[in-house]
Design a protein around this ligand. Structure first.
Ligand SMILES: NC(=O)c1ccc[n+]([C@@H]2O[C@H](COP(=O)([O-])OP(=O)(O)OC[C@H]3O[C@@H](n4cnc5c(N)ncnc54)[C@H](O)[C@@H]3O)[C@@H](O)[C@H]2O)c1
Length: 343
């Protein structure tokens, strides 16, 4: 255990960067010391906005990485930039927080993995939904054997991302956003895999866009997939980034002794007439201010201090990316696809 102070450097000055700055600033022993942007004036403005007393603005990645006392790099740029920035940070010996998705394709993902392994740095992938109260409870119910071994699981991400979000302008482009699962549905897929406790072996996926493509996506903003798990379980995951409704993250896990539905539990372990509802935090908002970054980033800092692996490090999150690449291939080919990868 170490009480070392950690200097934090943020790459990107958009919406999510603000949430990371606020979260790290509230963690004992952490201070944001550097902010990097394509334009220095944006980094200067971000530093002023968050009243960061000791942070320096950069517009050049290699100078940013040489900032004295920089220990942790947080990657908050659009998706296609994550691999090159993560590889540069790893080569500079920095621990890395990487916004999802780590990479839009398998080749880039493996390049990041190789660089991180070679450098021996610690990583945290932003699948922060795992730290929301309802999901933490669900994991505990399953670990405590209250529903038995899951045989079916379903989780979805329904969040209309339109011009009312800054990221929409770049995220609608195919080469920037990837697809509906890579850009945002990955939260539902990661949650499902995490709770089912099993890798996915096969996927069959379909996508579409609504008539007239009102939000102008260059890819199909709606996707649904059937999943087969290595455990023998089956399930499905869906995502829509063009839906027009309040944010929804429906979850259902069924086992032979009970079921979990959002923040509700039904179990044969107790004499029940109805679901038990657990009042807790819910995945019910797309606003980064409501995201469970404090849970994720406190876990990351505690892992660095104790030398233990974070539960969401890159090695642990490789599989969810492999499943998404298999989904993309299934949509392209119309075939059921076997998921690749042994990491
Ligand atoms: N984990 C989560 O729940 C969550 C929530 C929101 C966003 N994100 C992720 O964070 C990342 C950033 O998203 P955001 O909402 O902060 O986006 P944003 O548009 O608000 O900010 C993007 C930042 O990247 C910079 N940038 C660098 N090159 C760019 C380019 N070519 N085009 C546009 N911007 C460029 C922008 O200047 C800006 O500072 C994405 O990978 C996104 O998936 C994750």
């Amino acid at each position: 255990m170490t009480d070392k102070k950690f200097g934090i450097g943020i790459i990107g000055t958009g919406w999510v960067a603000g949430a990371h700055i606020d979260t790290f600033s509230a963690i004992n022993g952490c201070e944001v010391v550097a902010v990097s942007s394509r334009e220095k004036k944006k980094a200067v403005a971000k530093i002023a906005h968050h009243k960061l007393k000791n942070a320096v603005a950069y517009d050049d990645l290699s100078s940013f990485l040489q900032h004295p006392d920089l220990d942790i790099v947080v990657i908050c740029t659009p998706h296609p930039f994550h691999p090159s920035e993560a590889i540069a940070a790893a080569r500079a010996g920095k621990h890395i927080v990487i916004e999802k998705p780590v990479a839009l394709n398998r080749k880039d993902l493996l390049a990041v993995y190789e660089a991180v392994q070679k450098a021996g740095v610690t990583t945290s992938i932003c699948f922060e939904v795992r730290w929301i109260g309802a999901i933490r409870n669900a994991k505990k119910f399953i670990t405590q054997d209250l529903i038995g071994k899951p045989f079916f699981g379903s989780c979805s991400y329904f969040h209309g991302i339109g011009p009312w979000y800054g990221q929409w302008a770049w995220n609608i482009k195919k080469e920037m956003g990837g697809d509906a699962m890579l850009t945002a549905g990955c939260h539902a897929l990661d949650t499902l895999i995490w709770l089912m406790g099993s890798r996915v072996s096969e996927v069959a996926s379909f996508g579409n866009v609504s008539e007239g493509n009102p939000l102008q996506y260059e890819y199909e903003p709606n996707i649904t997939s059937i999943l087969k798990f290595e455990s023998g379980a089956i399930g499905n995951v869906s995502a829509s980034v063009e839906c027009r409704q309040p944010y929804e993250f429906p979850l259902l896990i069924q086992g032979p002794k009970g079921s979990i539905k959002g923040n509700q539990l039904s179990t044969l372990e107790y004499d029940l007439k109805d679901w038990i509802t657990f009042p807790t935090s819910m995945p019910d908002s797309g606003d980064v201010a409501d995201h469970s970054y404090p849970g994720q980033l406190n876990h990351f800092v505690a892992s660095l201090r104790s030398g233990k692996r974070p539960i969401n490090d890159l090695a642990a999150c490789m599989h969810v990316h492999e499943v998404m690449y298999a989904m993309a291939e299934s949509m392209k080919t119309g075939q059921v696809i076997r998921v690749k990868g042994d990491i």
